[in-house]
Design a protein around this ligand. Structure first.
Ligand code: 5AD
Ligand code: SF4
Length: 437
């Protein structure tokens, strides 16, 4: 590798989950603290960080084609591959794609050193997984939007047989209580009205005998913080304390993303999900008992190895039983090194396509039905950005729906809105009175 001029501008592009978005923001803050300037145009940046996702095939392919596109543009930026592809492929990716830096999700606090190395013409490689050192090494949060992420937990010990996360993000770790309370306060000072607590298994968060419900109750006390959310949860970690927080904490929004993946007990077992269809449904009953208006969201995989038509039908019937307000559904993608990748009975692509289509038709139907139930209701909307029309703003309902409205309110304000129309992916509302933000 040849030496490069030290970069003056940077661009971070994040793929995949919200945790990656959070990591991407933090890497940006780190570069800014080093005196680099952010640019929106990847083709104009001296340093491009591709913050990658490895959860499904296409995500990895996208990274390689992105690298190709950056190079084709004639510029010769310093390229850093971060995120889960960096962790999974390590040095391999540096050789295959000739990038300058490869940095894993637990090591990105070392980015300044890696940039210095790459400037000297050496490969900047760091895929170590030290426990927790990253967060202490990152600069304080200074300016954030009205809705901010806060990583409270990382990693996964569940080892679902299809999933790379336990390998790329490592074992479950929880950040300590006080660090989180402090970061939450600094986010609110920096402009956040809503905080979404993040973790691969966010509800597995604990510190001593305190669970996520206790942390939410503590954050509830922060003046100026209006809304609390958390994602993604695992059914086995839905503690009573967390369920009770949905009853008691008004700032905790009535929304629960609780992936189930399949409605068939045989498939759930083969996936090593450690919950059954029934135990999952019982958890939802308990949550609904304390918070009847809760909106439910899930993740689904179709075409897991060996999935029969009857087993797929079990997933459809579970969807009918729950009535999700939102859902994410995927075709099974074999991930190298995971047990399911070498299981018998891999499903033909055409069968997966057909099942995904039927699944999404059911989910879209339920999403539309849920949205329709909010018409005529009055709710608070947190204004997040301008809409497409002059005078129009876009915000979020408590149930995480996008709401369009005409208003003089500014980004970060919370306004009371009567929902007047539901479209498949968003709502329209009319401002009633302005509530205190
Ligand atoms: N193939 C398809 N979908 C997957 N997911 C995780 N691993 C795979 C895979 N190998 C989905 C799950 C998970 C979401 C984040 O991604 O539904 O909940
Ligand atoms: Fe992957 Fe399962 Fe862990 Fe979720 S719980 S990150 S799907 S292994």
């Amino acid at each position: 590798m040849t030496a490069k001029t030290a970069p003056k501008t940077y661009h971070v592009k994040s793929f995949g989950c919200q945790m990656n978005v959070y990591d991407g923001e933090r890497m940006g803050e780190l570069m800014a603290a080093q005196g680099l300037t952010a640019t929106d145009d990847a083709n104009a940046a001296d340093l491009v960080v591709l913050n990658t996702c490895h959860i499904r095939e296409k995500a990895t392919e996208k990274v390689y084609s992105d690298i190709g596109r950056l190079r084709k543009h004639g510029a010769n930026p310093m390229i850093a591959v971060a995120g889960c592809v960096a962790q999974a492929e390590g040095e391999e990716i540096a050789h295959r794609a000739k990038v300058d830096i490869v940095v894993g999700p637990q090591a990105y606090h070392n980015l300044p050193d890696l940039v210095a190395k790459a400037t000297r013409g050496e490969l900047g490689l760091d895929t170590d997984m030290p426990v927790l050192s990253k967060f202490g090494a990152l600069p304080a949060r200074r300016k954030v939007g009205p809705s901010a992420f806060l990583t409270v937990q990382e990693g996964c010990d569940k080892f679902c047989t299809y999933c790379v996360v336990p390998y790329t993000r490592g074992a479950e770790i929880s950040r300590p209580w006080q660090a989180l309370v402090d970061e939450a306060k600094s986010l609110v000072d920096a402009g956040a009205k809503e905080i979404t607590l993040l973790g691969q298994n966010v509800n597995a968060w604990s510190d001593g005998d305190r669970d996520l419900g206790a942390l939410i109750r503590e954050l509830d006390r922060i003046p100026g913080l209006a809304r609390i959310r958390y994602t993604t949860s695992h059914p086995n970690d839905m503690t009573q304390g967390l369920i009770d927080a949905h009853r008691d904490v008004e700032k905790l929004m009535p929304f629960l993303h609780l992936p189930v993946q399949s409605g068939s007990d045989r498939v759930l077992k083969a996936m090593n999900r450690s919950h059954s269809r029934d135990s999952y449904l019982r958890i939802l009953d308990r949550v609904r008992a304390v918070r009847p208006d809760i909106a439910l969201s899930g993740d689904f995989i179709v075409g897991f190895p060996g999935e029969t038509e009857e087993e797929f039908a079990d997933t459809l019937s579970l969807i009918d039983a729950v009535g999700y307000s939102l859902a994410f559904s995927f075709k099974y993608s074999p991930r190298p090194g995971t047990p399911a990748a070498t299981m018998d009975g891999q499903i033909a692509p055409a069968v997966m396509d057909d099942r995904l289509q039927r699944l999404q038709a059911a989910l879209n139907r339920d999403q539309a039905a849920f949205n329709a139930t909010t018409v005529g209701r009055t709710c608070d909307v947190l204004i997040e950005r301008p809409g497409k029309l002059p005078g129009q703003m876009l915000g979020k309902s408590p149930w995480l729906q996008s709401v369009h409205l005409m208003t003089a309110a500014q980004i970060g304000d919370i306004v009371e809105v009567e929902i007047v129309r539901a479209d498949p992916n968003s709502l329209s509302g009319i401002e009633t009175i302005r509530a205190a933000a």
